[in-house]
Design a protein around this ligand. Sequence first.
Ligand SMILES: [Zn+2]
Length: 250
Amino acid sequence: MKKSDMTDVIADAARLLKESKKTIALTGAGVSTESGIPDFRSRDGLWSRYDPMEYGTLGAFKRDPEKIWTMLAELMTLVDARPNEGHRAMAKLEELGMLAGIITQNIDSLHQKGGSKKVVEYHGSFDSFTCMQCACSYPLADVRKPDLPPHCSSCHGILKPDIVFFDEQIPPSALSESRDLIHQADLLIVAGTSCQVVPAATIPATVLAQGGKIIEINREPVLNTHAEVILEGSFSQLMSQLVTALHSTQ
Ligand SMILES: [Zn+2]
C-alpha cells in the first residue's frame, strides 16, 4: 500500500473513532511482539519447545509443579518487557475518553504498564501468585528470580502464577467485565490477534450483530470484509498514527 493510501485509511479509522459512542479493543499476542515478546504460538515460540498439553495444564502443574516451573521460569521473563508506542497510544485513547476499555488475551500486563486503566485479562497475568496448598496470594514483588519455583512462606507449598492454563476456565469476573464492555459497543478495535481462540473469537461477530463496526490492526489481517477499516502493519506505528490523526482531523 502506498503511503498516501495508508494516510487515507488512518483518516477513515480516526473518523470512525470520533463518530463512535462506545469503542472497545480486543488485543492479542501481536501487540506485544514489538515489546520483544514472541508469539508463544509462532514457529520458534514457547509452545514449539514445550508441548502445551504436557506443560500448559493445571493438571500437569498439580502432578509435577517443579517440572512446569522450568517452562514458567522462561515465560516469566516477560514481566521485564516494556510497553511499546502502541500500548501508550491505546492508553492515550482511553485518556481522551475515546476508548471504554481493552479485552486482552495477553498475560504480560503491558497495557497497564503503558497507562491503560480498564483492562480485562482473559488469561490472567503474572501480577499475582497463589499457593496451591493453602490458597494464600502473593504479589509479583514477592516472587522474583533466582528463587524459582517460589514457595509459600506459611505452608511452603509451591506457588502458581494467576495465569489461566489451557484446561482452566476464563475467570468469571473477567467474563462478566468483558460482557459489560461489549454491551452497546459500536466500534471494536481488533489488534494483534487472529481471533481464533474462543471466547475472544466471538467478540467481532457480537459487535457486528449489535450494529457496530470494526477497525482491524494486524500484520496479516484476518477479518476481511467484516472490518470497516483494515490497518495492515506495525501495531505501534499504526496506533500512534491513529492517535496523531485524531488531532489533525477535527
Ligand atoms: Zn501456602
